[in-house]
Each structure stands twice: as structure tokens, then as C-alpha cells.
Design a protein around this ligand. Structure first.
Ligand SMILES: Cc1cc2nc3c(=O)[nH]c(=O)nc-3n(C[C@H](O)[C@H](O)[C@H](O)COP(=O)(O)OP(=O)(O)OC[C@H]3O[C@@H](n4cnc5c(N)ncnc54)[C@H](O)[C@@H]3O)c2cc1C
Length: 392
């Protein structure tokens, strides 16, 4: 199917943006529905893995991404005793391999600037549900849009569209979340390392260099501070002072970075979901990105998965003459890879964010030695780089 479908894309996040670029390039007619009145990035920054970078290469955007992002060569996480729990270098996975820290704004602008069809975005339109045959979209006021040959549901972790009977197999809110924001990187010496510090399983702090925002030449870090969900929801100026105090105790070197943060409103709240669908397609609808497989950000794969989904969908449609076999091929292509990371993040997240203190002791004793055994180390590197596509 080249260029003969009228496709609705719901959500103009990474998954929606990449779909617009790839499906638009194949000549399909697109209409995009985005709830935000002015579409833009939400949150601080993230780590692109070699998998996500391969999609940017395919889109011809790698050079620009490298120019605004920050190459990450190593992930280093230690506990309060200074014991390394995670210490992995991308180059040990494959020569020349690296991750790329990017601000959300930089990736948003990069994808947005590359798409010539932006006039097809109906911003400020929140889609509430699908019609029973999956051909129409319906907004909060009951207005119907369509019919469409295909609807790409890319409406993120809290997707309204997947609330069709028989679509969701599992959906849960993680008991823990995080506060996060961008901080100036001027005084930070570890430019190519994602640093994490763990105090048991109850406290975790992360600092990821993410390069430039699209409005300034300065370089930035994404700061991540883990908290129980209720404390994320209630985070206020007093909680900010407590966080600052704990940072001074747990990681004094990082404390000066918070100088410019005076109010709790300067941080974003993050709660995350664990979502598994029975099938990522339903009638003429395909779910991609977090709408299909929201997971905890512990393994840093969500943006990468969203890019891979969009690419696999465009390829599957291009390779088949009809929609149904195209969607079947899409499902087959993504099922195992997504399933592996869903299970891994469900299993690994409590080791870093939970109130199960015993797990911290096991983690701190086991991960270091495991990481020095060649086979286990290879597996850990595959998981980190997003390239683990089969269990064995
Ligand atoms: C703290 C944190 C750190 C993370 N770090 C990383 C990382 O390092 N690496 C990584 O790969 N991933 C990371 N992730 C995960 C990543 O952010 C997500 O997986 C990714 O953003 C998913 O993209 P998406 O396009 O599917 O959804 P989103 O980016 O959420 O986009 C959804 C879009 O749909 C719109 N929308 C929602 N509902 C509707 C509706 N009903 N009608 C119309 N529009 C709608 C929204 O406004 C939004 O624009 C992190 C997440 C968090 C919370």
C-alpha cells in the first residue's frame, strides 16, 4: 500500500511525530489530532539508544540530533557505600556504539521541523473515544471525525483510545514515580556519563547530560529524583526543601546544580504505568508507543520503542497490498521485542524504586559481580542498548 490510505494519527508525541514522517513519506494522507492547544514537548530529557538512533538515521536526522544532543558512553550507578552497582560502557557492546542524551524540546523540534505536512494538525482537539467499527474518532463534545482507513492511536501512557472492550490485558499504575527537570550543565564534569545514585530501593537520583534545548546554546542535564507516587502527587515547596536536604546528604557534588530551582513548580511530576494489550490492533486501529506498551522508564526505552513502532508500521504497510495483512505483519514484527522489555522493566523496577528494602541488598551484591561475567555482561549490555530482541 503506497500512498492510498487516509490515516488519522491521535497524539503528536514522539510516536505520532515519527508516524507522520514515515507514513507521510509513503504518500498516505494524514490528519493529526492533538489535545494540546499548542503542541510541544512535555518533561525534561531522555536517553536515545542505538535502536532509536537507527530510526533517526533512516529519517536522515542523525547529524542534527548529534549536533544538539550529548553522546553518552557509559552508565554508572553506585550505592551510598560507593559500591558500583551498574557500570556499563556502550563501546563494550559494539565498537562505535553510544547513547544520545537529548532534551525533549530538541527532539520535538527536530521531528516537527522535518515534517512538511504540519498544517494537517488539529491542535486543541482531545479525542475521547473510537466508534464501534474503529473508523471514526469522537471528541469530548460528541463531534465525529472520519471515516478513516486507519487510525494510529499514539495518545501516550494514559491513552483514552485503548479503553475499548477487549483491548487492554493489563494496566496498572506503578506505586513509585519521580520528579524531574532540566538543570544547567555548566558546572558538571561528567559529560558523557549517565550517573545514578541509589540509597536502598527508596531513593534514587539520576543525572543525564542531554545537550542543548532548541532555544539556547547552553548545555543541560536531566535531573531525576525518585519518590513514592503519593509524594509525587503532593510535591510542594516544603518537599523541594526536603529533596534538597537529602541531595546534600546523598550526593553533595550534585547539590550546587539545584541552585536555580526555587519553586516546586520548576519540576515535572512523572507517574508511570505498566500496560499490556491483548493485541496492538483493533479493527482499523493500531496502538503504538506508550499507548500500546507504557512501561516504567527504568530501562530508558520508551522513546526508542515509539520510534521503532512507527518505523515497523510504515514498513509493514509498504510491504502489503491490503491493510489487514499489513497490520498482522506489524504485530508480528514488534511483539517479541516489546514483550521482552515489558517483562524486564516490570521485574527490574522494584529493585530501584520500591519499599522492598531487602531487594537493595540483593541488587548491590549481585549486579556488580554479574556485570563482570562475560555472558551476563553481554546480556546486560544488550538490555541497556535496546537490542535484546529474543530471550535466548
Ligand atoms: C521520568 C521519565 C523518564 C523517561 N526517560 C526515558 C529515556 O531516557 N529514554 C526513553 O526512551 N524513554 C524515556 N521515557 C519514556 C518516554 O517518555 C515515553 O515512552 C515516550 O514519550 C512515549 O512517546 P509517545 O509518543 O508514545 O507518548 P507521549 O510522548 O506521551 O505523547 C502522547 C501525545 O498524545 C497527546 N494526547 C494524549 N491523549 C490525547 C487525546 N485523548 N487526544 C488527542 N491527543 C492526546 C498528548 O498531548 C501527547 O502529545 C521516560 C519517561 C519518564 C516519565
Amino acid at each position: 500500500m503506497r500512498g492510498n490510505l487516509h490515516i488519522a494519527v491521535v497524539g503528536y508525541g514522539v510516536a505520532g511525530q515519527a508516524s507522520c514522517l514515515l507514513l507521510g513519506a509513503a504518500g498516505h494522507r494524514l490528519t493529526v489530532f492533538e489535545q494540546a492547544a499548542s503542541p510541544g514537548p512535555v518533561g525534561a530529557g531522555f536517553l536515545l539508544q542505538p535502536t532509536g538512533l537507527s530510526v533517526l538515521t533512516r529519517l536522515g536526522l542523525l547529524e542534527q540530533a548529534l549536533a544538539s544532543g550529548q553522546r553518552i558512553e557509559r552508565l554508572y550507578g553506585c550505592n551510598l557505600a560507593g559500591r558500583a552497582v551498574m557500570d556499563m560502557r556502550y563501546a563494550e557492546h559494539a565498537a562505535g556504539c553510544f547513547g544520545l542524551g537529548m532534551t525533549r524540546g530538541a527532539l520535538f523540534s527536530l521531528l516537527d521541523g522535518a515534517w512538511a505536512g504540519r498544517s494537517a494538525i488539529r491542535s486543541g482537539t482531545r479525542i475521547d473515544r473510537l466508534s464501534d467499527d474503529g473508523r471514526y474518532l469522537i471528541d469530548g463534545e460528541g463531534q465525529r471525525y472520519g471515516p478513516f482507513d486507519l487510525i494510529v492511536a499514539a495518545d501516550g501512557a494514559h491513552s483514552a483510545l485503548r479503553r475499548q472492550p477487549g483491548v487492554v490485558r493489563r494496566e496498572g499504575l506503578y506505586p513509585w514515580g519521580a520528579m524531574w527537570c532540566l538543570l544547567p550543565a555548566t558546572q558538571w564534569p561528567h559529560n558523557d556519563v549517565l550517573h545514578q545514585r541509589y540509597a536502598g530501593t527508596r531513593e534514587m537520583i539520576g543525572l543525564l547530560p542531554v545537550g542543548r534545548r532548541d532555544d539556547t546554546d547552553a548545555r543541560w542535564l536531566t535531573f531525576f529524583y525518585s519518590l513514592p507516587g503519593a509524594q509525587v502527587d503532593a510535591f510542594d515547596d516544603e518537599a523541594l526543601q526536603r529533596m534538597r536536604h537529602r541531595l546534600g546528604e546523598l550526593w553533595p557534588e550534585a547539590l550546587p546544580l539545584l541552585e536555580g530551582i526555587q519553586s516546586s513548580t520548576q519540576l515535572h511530576r512523572a507517574r508511570y504505568r505498566d500496560v499490556v494489550l491483548h493485541q496492538t490492533t483493533w479493527n482499523n486501529v493500531v496502538f503504538i508507543g506508550d499507548a500500546a506498551h507504557a512501561m516504567s522508564p527504568q530501562l530508558g526505552q520508551g522513546v526508542n520503542m515509539a520510534l521503532l513502532d512507527a518505523q515497523a508500521l510504515a514498513d509493514a504497510l509498504a510491504e502489503h497490498d491490503d491493510l489487514a495483512p499489513g497490520l498482522d505483519a506489524y504485530r508480528r514484527q514488534r511483539r517479541t521485542h516489546v514483550g521482552i522489555y515489558q517483562r524486564l522493566s516490570r521485574f527490574l523496577t522494584p529493585l530501584f524504586q520500591s519499599d522492598r528494602d531487602m531487594l537493595a541488598g540483593i541488587r548491590d551484591r549481585v549486579f556488580g559481580p554479574l556485570g563482570r561475567m562475560p555472558i551476563a555482561r553481554g546480556e546486560m549490555l544488550r538490555i541497556l542498548t535496546g537490542t535484546k530482541r529474543t530471550w535466548w
